[in-house]
Design a protein around this ligand. Structure first.
Ligand code: SAH
Ligand code: F3S
Length: 454
């Protein structure tokens, strides 16, 4: 059977989609290739959120077309995911070496289509049609890049799409309208994962706080998303639950209170704010004000003062004045996020913001990005510094990314902790004393805990 290599760009949803496609192909008998040099099929799972992400995948494919096709003409090359969805046939027209373009509602067809291409039945395939029920079509899991038996964390997709239509965002067009899976189906998937050794599950969606709004609705004052959290919380043997990404407008009191009574729900929240200026929030069509955002943060910290808080921010949205930008700087100083992803605004095809006048010049975009990133890093460093000497509990996930000789895990508040451990500890919750603080990483002292305990 052929071997496949999948390279993933972008968000966790893409990682999950790649895992699902890999599982599907492995079930058909494919091998997972260690590198693209050895693969018979190379798939790039793409991101369209910013132009840079598209350029990267495009450049990569160009390189593969030249390098791989020259030496191994039978290699199959494919694009899948968001850029495949938004550009479709155009990708094949621009890069004729591409054999497969698979949209975001068609991941479950990857196996069939590859078979048709490999057998010579069809030469090139582009399928970016919408498909009813695609949010539930593939549920199998496989970890790429980790040894399967070591994997203790997993993603579970709970919904697809987004109806919010923020004026800068391409996601509603690449991922379609909101479609949620039933609670029972999600719980079943979680139970299966836990039976296979998974200890921590991250519930995924483009706007998880809108989960089941139409399909399930409110019950006893609780949103469908909180009902789902409660149902997943019941899964025996599961230690931790996380989710991403929520939207501030869905951060109701029911969700905030859930942090207080669901002990498996990790004490962390990634809540994209995008801007600190009410004027821009409105132009972005975000549906909340700065004041409302600050209120959510305050309430969350009231429920748990140690909650880890991170966010996404866009600088240089069209028309952003110095004053608007200062509002964002102030908000960042006021909230004291543990970390924030700062993005330079990038105009996206067919989005309202791309057509707005007053696009900000590149140099100003870069200058604001650097200034905000500087503040975020400084604040983050101070917040991480507070962990020095403290004892934290982590779920041991596996080898450290930077130094595979060591292990790493995360605290409930989502801080990475690196320590000298033993493979046996993967999957365990252990306490470590922090002896060093690096850049957005904590280092735990293994000597302080009894690592031999079973
Ligand atoms: N809710 C989605 C958001 C996806 S985009 C999710 O997390 O799954 C992730 C982040 O990229 C957004 O929160 C936003 O900060 C940033 N982003 C989206 N569109 C952008 C654009 N046109 N330019 C720059 N950054 C953008
Ligand atoms: Fe994009 Fe806004 Fe939805 S950022 S994914 S349109 S909430």
């Amino acid at each position: 059977m052929p071997s496949v290599y999948i390279k993933t760009y972008g968000c966790q949803m893409n990682e999950r989609d790649s895992e699902a496609v890999a599982a599907q192909l492995v079930a058909k008998g494919y091998q997972l290739a260690k590198s693209e040099q050895q693969a018979d099929v190379i798939l790039l799972n793409t991101c369209s959120v910013r132009d840079q992400a598209e350029q990267k995948a495009f450049g990569k494919m160009n390189h593969l077309a030249v390098e791989v096709r020259r030496s191994r003409p039978n290699t199959v090359l494919g694009f899948m995911g968001c850029m495949a969805q938004s550009r479709g046939q155009d990708l094949i027209d621009k890069l004729p070496d591409v054999d497969l373009v698979l949209g975001t509602q068609k991941f479950h067809r990857a196996g069939d289509y590859l078979e048709q291409i490999l057998s010579g039945e069809r030469k090139q395939i582009c399928d970016i049609e919408e498909e009813k029920g695609s949010e539930s079509t593939i549920r199998d899991h496989i970890s790429i890049g980790k040894t399967a038996n070591q994997s203790v964390t997993s993603f579970v997709s709970i919904m697809q799409g987004c109806n919010q239509h923020c004026t800068f965002c391409i996601v509603p067009s690449t991922r379609g309208r909101e479609r949620s899976r039933p609670i029972e189906e999600i719980v079943l998937e979680c139970e299966k994962l836990v039976a296979a050794g998974i200890k921590e599950i991250t519930l995924l969606g483009q706007i998880v706080t809108s989960y089941g709004k139409r399909e399930i609705g409110m019950r006893d004052g609780k949103s469908a998303f909180v009902q789902l959290l409660e149902a997943v919380h019941e899964v025996k043997g599961l230690d931790r639950i996380r989710f991403t990404s929520p939207h501030p407008k869905g951060y109701g009191d029911d969700l905030i209170e859930a942090y207080g009574y669901l002990p498996k729900l990790c004490a962390s929240a990634h809540i994209p704010v995008q801007s600190g200026s009410n004027r821009l929030l409105k132009l972005m069509h975000r549906g909340y004000t700065r004041e409302r955002f600050l209120e959510i943060i305050e309430k969350l910290r009231r429920v748990n003062p140690n909650i880890g808080l991170t966010t996404d921010i866009i600088v240089a949205f069209p028309g952003e004045t110095d004053e608007d930008f200062e509002d964002t700087m102030n908000l960042v100083r006021e909230v004291q996020f543990d970390n924030a992803f700062v993005f330079k605004y990038s105009p996206r095809q067919d989005t309202p913001a791309a057509a707005m006048e007053e696009q900000i010049p590149q140099e100003l975009n870069e200058a604001r990005h650097a200034k905000l990133l500087g503040a975020v890093t400084e604040i983050g460093a101070e917040r991480y510094e507070q962990f020095m000497g403290k004892t934290v509990r982590i779920l041991v996930e596996g080898p450290s990314r930077r130094n595979p000789q060591r292990l790493q895990g995360r605290t409930t508040c989502n801080k990475i902790v690196v320590f000298e451990g033993n493979e046996r500890h993967i999957g365990q919750l252990i306490d470590l004393k922090i002896y060093r603080v690096g850049s957005f990483t904590l280092y735990g002292d293994a000597a302080i805990v009894n690592l031999d305990q079973e």
